[in-house]
Design a protein around this ligand. Sequence first.
Ligand code: FAD
Ligand code: UDP
Length: 378
Amino acid sequence: MKKHYDWLIVGAGFTGAILAERLSSQMGKRCLVIDSRDHIAGNAFDTRNEAGILFHQYGPHIFHTNAPSVVEYLSNFTTWRPYEHRVVGFVDNRLIPIPFNLTSLEILFPKMEADRLKGLLIGAYGMEQKVPILKMRQSSIQGIRDLASFIYDKVFYGYTTKQWGLEPEELSPSVTARVPVHISYDDRYFQDRFQEMPAEGYTKMFERILLNREGVDVSLGTSFLDIGGQVSYDNMIFSGAIDEFFSYSLGELPYRSLRFDFQTYQQHRHQPAGQVNYPVSEDFTRISEMNYLTGEFSNCTTVAVEYPQSHVPGSTVPYYPIPRDQNQELHNRYVALAAKEAKNITFCGRLGDYKYYNMDQAVARALSVFQQIAANPT
Ligand code: FAD
Ligand code: UDP
């Protein structure tokens, strides 16, 4: 006889793991969590390499949030280690803070010119303000527009075309607005109130969320297609790609993929910051050095070099939904299809919602999905 579950949960990343934990611990539901990968934690997975270095297998993951409820929830499963991420960009043979800030200006321009430009920026926007580059390009002040063109060329254009295969204007403005020009000397990448990393890493935190939990079975190396008729279930959470679920019947949603080249060096430190961006030169976008992020030190160090690439369904990982209007419209059509044909399935998460979520947003979304389910129990 087939084993029966209240919930089949596809995906063991933040979305799936949190919903399994909530549904089982708060509502006594029996859940089966499956993931096509051979590990839990989704794209936040970290593990040790042959040199013993804890590294993020799917790219650098830095936790930051302004949402106390997200911190409160995750703190049930981890303690924290303070970490403020700093990024420099290799521009005109110099290293400048990214986001572009007043220090970046002072590094790239002679003092008198830098003072003039600072005066313009502070006069127009004030100190400690963040200005998206696409907005700054539309300033009514000629001097600011000229500076914006310079920053656009040196910081945004090359990086964005490499990362997305599209120009900044072809994407939702929210994409480049993630890294606004900062009228400030604050050189942190994020200004969120909470900037800390899970003290023992993400995977350890996920083990406590998901594993050895009453009412939760976990089956790794199992894709949704494999599970077929093997189990029965009443409801489903699907945190994979919604277009794949519907066999691309309305067309493929575009995603951007990446290739990571991990390199280990026999030295304590390889680069001057946790992340170095290459907005103008090179085929890769950024190099991240793991021991800055993890706070672990050893006599060797591992870096991840990120090469953006097209996504080919079935061959590459769909790391990024591509935020732009036509893609959102196609996603809306899939949501309408789901409402008609998949009433007992909740699509959520970065792939299920086709939204460029940070980790804290994925956590908040999962907690909110749980609240909706709890408010309408079946
Ligand atoms: P995922 O983590 O993608 O989990 C979905 C899981 O579902 C995957 O494990 C997948 O294998 C599984 N799955 C999919 N389809 C199927 C199927 N058909 N059958 C079985 N299993 C399936 N966020 C931050 O806050 N800070 C950062 O610094 C940061 N850096 C990032 C860097 C990169 C390169 C990337 C790609 C993302 C980064 N993020 C960062 C975002 C973060 O990874 C996501 O917000 C988070 O992982 C979303 O969780 P999720 O559960 O929705 O999706
Ligand atoms: N960006 C850029 N130059 C940089 C850093 C970021 O042009 O030096 C743009 C680019 O389009 C990038 C987006 O800002 O994709 C968001 O950057 P973020 O660091 O948030 O990207 P993620 O960590 O999600 O890959």
